[in-house]
Design a protein around this ligand. Structure first.
Ligand SMILES: [Zn+2]
Length: 436
């Protein structure tokens, strides 16, 4: 299969570090507030990536962190009149609920910064010992100019970065591009470090947790496109310094989400929390709307997009519901198809979900025809279910009792015998029981 690697800006064949195994890390939320719908795009995208690797038979270790030590958390704690740990716990709980509601529960490692303080101290100390970092008045900075490849991910060199970026003047830094590994703090939650009281820098924690969980290198590092610079380039710089590698063999970035053509922002009033969005839209609908655009491209949320996704979702649901009924009544054997060549051809091309949805809708159409013509349809039904499991679409139907099945058979018999009045009554009963 091929993955577009944002490190090399090319589609490359995927070759895992360990055969049969995939290690993947995706930057998680800073837990000082509820996450917005834009934060859900990487969650939904990498859930699909996980599902497809599992389909291919890989053992996948998927980690996503919680940034639970941060100035934003301290500010929120002051605002709410509680301590930082309570803020972090509150929003971690809310985030886990979002993951459940969006049916994105594949993350199997969830490291927290608070549990890695000793590892962070050791990591920073190693950077200082190797002369890649320096301490000034309780702050520790990474010396960017020591890394000649700095900016490799975002394709910018140090000179371009210096002239192009708006950089705050900080007389403590040797170079304006240097970033903080450790920051001295005077208020809020502080940790006693070898350099004094403070908190770790955001760019350090991800590298430390990756090294701790997986060793020096992973297969895939993912995140939103906005994290490419400086966050991911800074992660890479630290990894070059200590491990002489780019942390991950494949870097994957998803595009951002606009709402009605505008960037989501609190001042524009189009800022939508994931927890509120799911009250108005079914998780399947949201996924279909997101997957209709390739993960690397920017995505524009409009009413039209969701109207279309709703129609697609209803089509899939009603075809599967009818098939489920016949399968139960006729006791058909399903789930025997485990592989689909068309599906693989589509997904092996850098997870081409727009094409996968087209293929899915063709299969739904085919399923309806096969059922209408009383043909064998289990093969098509199985293929549809394979696609749904990769896209993370979940459809639940009521389990039928023997009484339900008798009712259904009676209805079919009455129809066949042209006993319309009886058939009509039975049909009403079946609808009332939500069987048809
Ligand atoms: Zn990160």
């Amino acid at each position: 299969m091929k993955i577009y690697n944002t490190l090399t800006d090319k589609k490359e064949a995927f070759i895992p570090i360990t055969p049969g195994k995939v290690t993947m890390y995706v930057c998680g939320p800073t837990v000082y507030n509820y996450v917005h719908i834009g934060n859900m795009r990487p969650v939904i995208t990498f859930d699909m990536v996980y599902n497809y690797f599992k389909y291919l038979g890989y053992d996948v270790i998927y980690a996503s962190n919680f940034t639970d030590v941060n100035e934003k958390i301290t500010n929120k704690a002051i605002e709410l009149g509680i301590v930082e740990r309570e803020v972090a716990d509150k929003f971690i709980k809310a985030y886990l609920k979002d993951l459940e509601e969006y049916n994105c529960t594949k993350i199997n490692k969830r490291p927290r910064v608070i549990d890695h303080m000793e590892d962070i101290f050791q990591f920073i100390q190693r950077l200082i010992d190797k002369d890649f970092a320096y301490c000034v008045n309780g702050d520790v900075y990474f010396s960017v100019e020591k890394i000649k490849e700095y900016g490799v991910l975002s394709n910018q060199n140090i000179e371009e970065l210096k002239s192009g970026q708006r950089i705050e003047i900080n007389p403590q830094k040797r170079s304006p591009l240097d970033f903080a590994l450790w920051r001295k703090t005077s208020s809020g939650e502080q940790f006693e470090s070898p350099w004094g009281k403070g908190i770790p820098g955001w760019h350090t924690e991800c590298v430390v947790m990756i090294n701790k969980l997986f060793g020096t290198k992973i297969d895939i590092h993912g995140g939103g496109i906005d994290l490419k610079f400086p966050h991911h380039d800074n992660e890479i710089a630290q990894s070059i310094a200590l491990n002489n590698n780019y942390i991950a063999n494949y870097w994957m970035h998803n595009g951002h989400i606009n709402i009605n053509g505008e960037k989501m922002s609190k001042s524009l009033g189009n800022y939508v929390y994931a927890k509120d969005f799911i009250k108005e839209h079914d998780a399947n609908e949201i996924k279909l709307a997101i997957f209709k655009t390739h993960y690397r491209l920017p995505l524009n949320f409009t009413e039209k997009l969701f109207d279309e996704a709703k129609i697609l979702n209803e089509k899939i649901y009603s075809a599967l519901k009818q098939a489920f009924l016949i399968i139960n009544v006729s006791k058909l054997n399903v789930g025997n198809i485990k592989k689909d060549k068309n599906l693989e051809e589509i997904m092996d091309d850098d997870f081409n979900t727009p094409n996968l949805i087209s293929y899915l809708m063709d299969l739904v159409k085919q399923l309806n025809i096969e059922m209408r013509q009383s043909k064998e349809f289990v093969n098509t039904y199985d293929r549809i279910n394979l696609i749904c499991s990769i896209l993370g679409l979940k459809y639940k139907f009521k389990k039928l009792t023997s009484e339900d099945i008798t009712l259904y058979n009676d209805w079919q018999k009455a129809r066949k015998n042209k006993e319309y009045e009886i058939a009509d009554n039975l049909r009403k009963k079946l609808i009332l029981k939500k069987i048809i």
